[in-house]
Design a protein around this ligand. Structure first.
Ligand SMILES: Nc1nc2c(ncn2[C@@H]2O[C@H](COP(=O)(O)OP(=O)(O)O)[C@@H](O)[C@H]2O)c(=O)[nH]1
Ligand SMILES: [Mg+2]
Length: 273
């Protein structure tokens, strides 16, 4: 069976591990009817199984003692083509991508960039209205520290720009390959009903929107909620409701211009391009 490598990329806390866990939890039994669903068991699943246990009981997917990157290989079947593929994704620590911005690129990242046919790019940025931006700018113009003593690292750069720099690295290294840009924690978004994710990104993160549009010829934006909610905001009723949705596979969702419970949509887009 053919192996399709997709690079799961994103800075620390972008939502990578939670997405891959939700993918496994929802698609494992092969019964979702989604665009892609598991077709048989992977030869090794202890890493994602341990994260899945947490996800099922509404607990944060925590870092485990496993060495990273963990390569996750899922045998899957496409609903559209009937084709079977081995979907292979790495779950890197976000710090490895952070170091890319400081010009310290690990061999594993280079290897994955070299062999992947698509990029699943995760990022967690809330909305940022022009008014907020203006307030931030006025703050920055009043220096509170002795600037000569400040040593800047990539972590000091505004998060949206950090993401543009990471996208730039991937584009320079991997060239123009299909990319799905996924804004995680979409359950907490300020995107209005009826507004598309494209419109939202264009308005709230124009630098990301423009960079992607100017460079990649095959791209799509998605909002993703891999948890379905913020666990800290759940009262008992909310917890019961989310548990019920877990059983019905209606907890995790993606958003383009409407909500869909098929969280394989971004991956299906990447492999069909
Ligand atoms: N509200 C909400 N929080 C999320 C969601 N997905 C991830 N998170 C939180 O975002 C943080 C980082 O997630 P994680 O998957 O570990 O990110 P990674 O470092 O890219 O692997 C954790 O605190 C998660 O609980 C989501 O769909 N909704
Ligand atoms: Mg992680």
């Amino acid at each position: 069976m053919e192996t399709t490598n997709i690079l799961l990329a994103g800075l620390p806390a972008a939502g990578k591990s939670t997405y891959i866990t939700a993918l496994w939890a929802v698609e494992k039994d092969g019964k979702s009817g989604h665009l892609l669903t598991c077709d048989g068991m992977p030869s090794e699943s202890s890493y994602i199984d341990s994260m899945r246990e947490n996800w099922m009981v509404l607990k944060e997917v925590r870092r485990t003692a496993f060495a990273e990157p963990q390569e996750i290989v899922l045998p899957m079947k496409s609903r559209r083509s009937g084709e079977k593929i081995n979907l292979s994704l790495p779950d890197f620590k976000g710090e490895i991508f952070q170091r890319v911005l400081d010009n310290a690129v690990s061999k594993e990242i280079k290897d994955w960039c070299g062999k992947s046919s698509g990029i699943l790019f995760m990022l967690n940025l809330g909305g940022c209205s022009p008014q907020m931006l203006q307030e931030q700018v006025s703050d920055v113009t009043k220096p509170k520290v002795d600037l000569e003593k400040v040593v800047m690292t990539s972590g000091d750069i505004e998060p949206a720009i950090q993401n543009v720099l990471l996208l730039k690295y991937l584009y320079d290294y991997m060239d123009d390959i299909p990319i799905a840009i996924c804004f995680s924690s979409w359950d907490a978004t300020d995107c209005k009903e009826g507004e598309s994710v494209d419109e939202w990104v264009k308005e709230n993160h124009p630098c990301i929107y423009n960079y992607v549009k100017e460079h990649f010829s095959s791209f799509r934006f998605y909002g993703i909620s891999a948890q379905g909610a913020d666990y800290d905001d759940l009262d008992e009723n909310g917890g019961d409701e989310l548990a019920e949705k877990t059983t019905q596979k209606e907890r995790a969702f993606v958003y383009t211009d409407k909500k869909s419970f098929d969280i394989t949509e971004p991956i299906d887009f990447l492999i069909s391009e």
